[in-house]
Design a protein around this ligand. Structure first.
Ligand code: NAD
Ligand code: UD1
Length: 310
């Protein structure tokens, strides 16, 4: 694929990471189409909602209408919550695995050059960090198992049909437009929302569990590189910063930045929670020429100063 002027379909483009990715692809000179059922995404996340088709990735007829002339697909649409996947495993399976198969099938039918798939650090389960791509797949939740299955389908579609696929295992993505509205939302969106509204934040367990928090604008750049870098078909790469931060440390940092924020409370450990997670980042650097640029403190401070719609 040449580097500019391509037509890219972004599934889940009205979601959190999707909205950053759409802006990044457009800025790089690509034509973007978005397919999103708005189950968790919002029309207002998009800079220009004329690119949006509201519908379901599992609708083959809809994909047949959208895919002619498309060069690449950035497949982000999914049910993204680990606890929600435990409570509603069939819905999660359907959206995540059936949905991905539907996108791969559409790509095969229409001769799309490359599909970039949003996978997750959740595929590794309780691996000891720093987590490298060669470590065994051992998910602790239906969500992690589904993402691992999507990766396996992607590899198979490369072997069976010559479809170029790239799977990016994002670590914990944060930034503007991550919806804090539900208990299933990403932790930093909830933490920032609670701090701004003066309500207490609940830490699940002792808060010593760690995550590798990577900014959505950095992830969008990785998505762009995965779509346009030549010679990387079949790549599976971590997308993280390589830095480990505990949930308790984040709560502490928020109170330092916003002293009016109430002290956190503690609740029970969440089922399916992985204990520690931070990425080995060499593969993304070597194969995509990508590494995270936005320091966590700066990203968090920016998040605290904004409203959700910003
Ligand atoms: P999000 O919920 O904001 O985005 C998902 C989007 O997909 C939403 O706009 C939703 O409306 C749409 N969608 C869901 N099911 C659909 C369907 N069947 N048809 C059409 N659209 C559908 O979540 P996000 O955080 O932006 O996640 C994007 C992708 O990144 C997901 O695949 C997620 O699993 C993956 N990921 C996210 C993180 C993170 O920390 N946020 C980390 C690892 C992987
Ligand atoms: C997140 C993503 C998932 C992604 C994975 C990759 C979301 C909603 N989930 O899962 O899509 O694949 O990273 O690593 O973006 N916590 C609290 N209090 C809260 C909320 C959360 O203490 O109110 C804790 C959780 O128990 C967990 C940590 O914060 O230990 C992170 O939780 P969460 O943001 O839900 O992310 P993951 O489960 O890591």
């Amino acid at each position: 694929m040449a580097v500019v002027g391509k037509r890219i379909l972004v599934t889940g483009g009205a979601g959190f990471i999707g909205s950053h990715s759409v802006a990044c692809l457009q800025d790089a000179g690509h034509e973007v189409l978005v397919l999103d059922d708005l189950s968790t995404g919002h029309r207002t996340n998009l800079p220009d909602d004329r690119v949006l088709t509201v519908g379901d990735i599992r609708d083959a007829a809809l994909l047949d209408a959208l895919l002619p002339g498309v060069d690449g697909i950035l497949h982000l649409a999914a049910l993204v919550s680990v606890p929600r996947s435990i409570e509603a495993p069939r819905e999660s399976l359907s959206r995540n695995v059936d949905g991905t198969l539907s996108v791969l099938e559409g790509a095969r039918r229409h001769g799309v050059d490359r599909v970039v798939i949003a996978s997750s650090a959740a595929v590794y389960g309780a691996a000891t960090p720093p987590i490298a791509e060669h470590l065994p797949i051992a998910p602790l939740s239906p969500y992690g198992l589904e993402k691992a299955t999507c990766e396996a389908y992607a590899r198979l579609y490369g072997e069976l049909h010559g479809l170029e696929t790239v799977c990016l295992r994002y670590f914990n993505v944060y930034g503007p437009r991550q919806d804090p509205a539900s208990p299933y939302s990403g932790v930093l969106s909830i933490l920032a929302d609670r701090a701004r509204s003066g309500r207490p934040f609940t830490i699940h367990g002792n808060g010593l569990q760690t995550r590798d928090f990577v900014h959505a604008a950095d992830v969008a750049e990785a998505n762009l590189k995965a779509l346009v870098t030549p010679g990387i078909a079949g790549l599976v790469a971590n997308i993280g910063t390589g830095r480990q931060t505990s949930v308790a440390a984040m709560a502490h940092l928020v109170r330092k930045l916003l002293p009016s924020a109430p002290a956190p409370e503690h609740g029970p450990v969440r089922s399916g929670d992985i204990p520690d997670s931070w990425a080995a980042t060499e593969a993304a650097r070597a194969c995509l020429g990508w590494q995270a640029q936005i320091p966590l403190e700066a990203g968090l401070e920016d998040l605290l100063m904004r409203s959700r719609a910003a």
